[in-house]
Design a protein around this ligand. Sequence first.
Ligand SMILES: Cc1cc2nc3c(=O)[nH]c(=O)nc-3n(C[C@H](O)[C@H](O)[C@H](O)COP(=O)(O)O)c2cc1C
Length: 190
Amino acid sequence: MNTQNILYVKSSIFGDNGVSSGIAKKLVAALAQKKDSAIVERNVSAGDIPHFSMQTIEAIGAGNATLADTLIAEVQQADVIVIAAPMYNFAIPSQLKAWFDHIARAGVTFKYTEAGAVGLLTNKKVYIATARGGLHQDKGTNLDTVYLKTMLGFLGITDVEFIYAEGVNLGEEVRVKSIAAAEQQVQAVA
Ligand SMILES: Cc1cc2nc3c(=O)[nH]c(=O)nc-3n(C[C@H](O)[C@H](O)[C@H](O)COP(=O)(O)O)c2cc1C
């Protein structure tokens, strides 16, 4: 039986206690139950991914092995990517943004052509588990969703499915209902 490679990227500053991580973890487990899977976990909020910098560009230019190479290899090898992406200050966590900065590399994960940029990360399915204190879908503040779709599309990934737990800071009743709905969606998509 062929094994699917799942890359699980978590970015909550609360680690496994984050709402987004809780939902994403259940999704990874459900996907792995359905099909034989090799799972790689990347916690971008663990503090080992620095801001993308001139030093990184110089190291890449000099042909030195970098953390960016490792992160790119993890993405290239994945058939399915599950990203736990909470909303912080109307955006994704800056640690997750740093991860995207490291994996976007011209000639490797995208290329420029006369017709424009072309993404090179094809044939991948991405699930995003997001958690938000308030309600943002269908509003001008849906900025994290717009960014994630745009960035993944730029890299060639267009099969992207979102699972939302919204309003988790709007009181216990809304929080419980919202997380339960997201968990139901996990079972439905897996
Ligand atoms: C630093 C920080 C910034 C936040 N900013 C927002 C925000 O802009 N909009 C919102 O709806 N909720 C915001 N929240 C609430 C989170 O989205 C909510 O707590 C969610 O559960 C975070 O996901 P996590 O538990 O997986 O970390 C913020 C929370 C934190 C800790």
